[in-house]
Design a protein around this ligand. Sequence first.
Ligand SMILES: *[C@@H]1O[C@H](CO)[C@@H](O)[C@H](O)[C@H]1NC(C)=O
Ligand SMILES: *[C@@H]1O[C@H](CO)[C@@H](O)[C@H](O)[C@H]1NC(C)=O
Ligand SMILES: *[C@@H]1O[C@H](CO)[C@@H](O)[C@H](O)[C@H]1NC(C)=O
Length: 279
Amino acid sequence: MASLRFSVTFHTFLFFSLWVVEAHTSRKLISTKEQEVQNNSHLLKDGEFEDPTLYMFFKIDDLKKGTKLPIYFNKNDLRKVPPLLTRQEADLIPFTKSKLDFLLNHFSISKESPQAKAMKETLVRCNYKAIEGEYKFCGTSLESMLDLAKKTIASNADLKVMTTKVMVPSQHTINYALHNYTFAETPKELVGIKMLGCHRMPYPYVVYYCHGHKSGTKVFEVNLVTDDGKHRVVGPAVCHMNTSMWNVDHEAFKVLKIEPRSAPVCHFFPLDNIVWVAK
Ligand SMILES: *[C@@H]1O[C@H](CO)[C@@H](O)[C@H](O)[C@H]1NC(C)=O
Ligand SMILES: *[C@@H]1O[C@H](CO)[C@@H](O)[C@H](O)[C@H]1NC(C)=O
Ligand SMILES: *[C@@H]1O[C@H](CO)[C@@H](O)[C@H](O)[C@H]1NC(C)=O
């Protein structure tokens, strides 16, 4: 059984995070190609520096029926979900850092605000070229995300979407808290699958940042259940088999208490991520 991972965290580095915002002035905002910083201060309870989003990582040895892990599947804060643009609308708006001043003005966002900083981070991240062995792009509309996903991993193959779903019996409401979950079944490896994880980025309209690795990744479909049987989760999980090129300070290594770059790192996906898979 996995031990509980109460980690004292002042930064959150998650390469699947959704919001790039600074949580506290004393926290350094560090961002690399693989990492993003998430403002989770609203999730901290009673001054505990316990960051629930870190309960997404697990070790490859945990990936078997019967393993129990504390996991926090976040709820989308609907107030924070910006409008979804059609491709025609999105294509009329520049999407490059060199136009940041114009964009801030266009969306009435003050230059010094956290939102402006987050927008800049998003534009910078979206303009990174994929490094060797990686897929990477941003979709500013669902149509463009689908086209790019097809072009990137599917060619002529069928593309499927996987998302993480939390299910409760009909008379219950979902309690979005940290729960202990047990793998109810042997995780099913999706062999020969190419995948892209798409994460919503902080931006005045919906922008997805999608990335994936050409090799060295195993994709699984997992089925988890809480001890009381009231919460079931079905969704994708991914294991990065070769972490030798990761930043040594990657939070995953700390959370999992493993020697940096020494072992595979696996993670589940937040509820509002879109995972594209193709044979
Ligand atoms: C981080 O989140 C907290 C709570 O929601 C908020 O008060 C604070 O302004 C946020 N910080 C930034 C830099 O957005
Ligand atoms: C998970 O299980 C452990 C050990 O059984 C227990 O100490 C912990 O409080 C549980 N955590 C939650 C969030 O229920
Ligand atoms: C991991 O990746 C590095 C860099 O691409 C490579 O040199 C190394 O051989 C890989 N290790 C394994 C076990 O595949």
